[in-house]
Design a protein around this ligand. Structure first.
Ligand code: SF4
Length: 173
């Protein structure tokens, strides 16, 4: 998947695969909307970028797309991915490196695998047959203490949410 003028010959990092979906993603049905080369800052470009970002915010795979685009800088040197420009992705990568270390991609992938295993375990038939429990928000406060992996995952989710809320809007034309 490339929306750059010159498609790089680079393999994607296998540790964070692009999320699979059967949805018709806007960036695939209207790829031109998501093209954003360096220096494209005319009022028309800025309006188009805003429309692309708005489409990403409604995308069902935005979180996975954000992780994938951050883990693959060589495949996403330009263009809008998960409501971010190339410059914004660079800032996010630097923050992740600061918080999670140089192998932040490995940390994120490990957390994702653990989450996936937990979801699979929870969806086993035995779990499905168990009596329905009250929503955790209203049930007993006695819960397992948080693990370091959960802490790292929480930091990533918070960072992503914080970033998406703080994404600066381009100046008005
Ligand atoms: S979030 Fe990613 S997959 Fe979804 S529309 Fe945006 S660029 Fe495409």
């Amino acid at each position: 998947m490339s929306r750059t003028a010159q498609a790089p010959i680079t393999q994607a990092d296998p540790r964070i695969p692009f999320p699979s979906t059967t949805e018709a993603l806007v960036c695939r049905t209207n790829e031109n909307l998501f093209v954003h080369e360096h220096g494209q800052n005319s009022p028309e470009d800025i309006r188009r970028v805003q429309r692309a970002k708005a489409a990403c915010r409604g995308c069902p795979v935005a979180e996975g797309c954000l992780k994938w685009s951050l883990a693959n800088p060589e495949l996403t040197p330009t263009g809008i991915w998960a409501a971010t420009t190339a410059k914004e992705r660079k800032t996010l990568r630097n923050r992740l490196r600061e918080r999670l270390g140089t192998d932040w991609v490995g940390v994120v992938a490990k957390v994702d695998r653990a989450s996936s295993r937990r979801r699979q375990a929870q969806s086993r038939p035995a779990a499905a047959e168990a009596a329905p429990r009250a929503h955790p928000m209203f049930s007993s406060p006695a819960r397992d203490s948080i693990t370091p992996e959960q802490q790292r995952q929480n930091r990533l989710v918070l960072l992503t949410a914080e970033y998406q809320h703080r994404t600066p809007r381009p100046p008005s034309p």
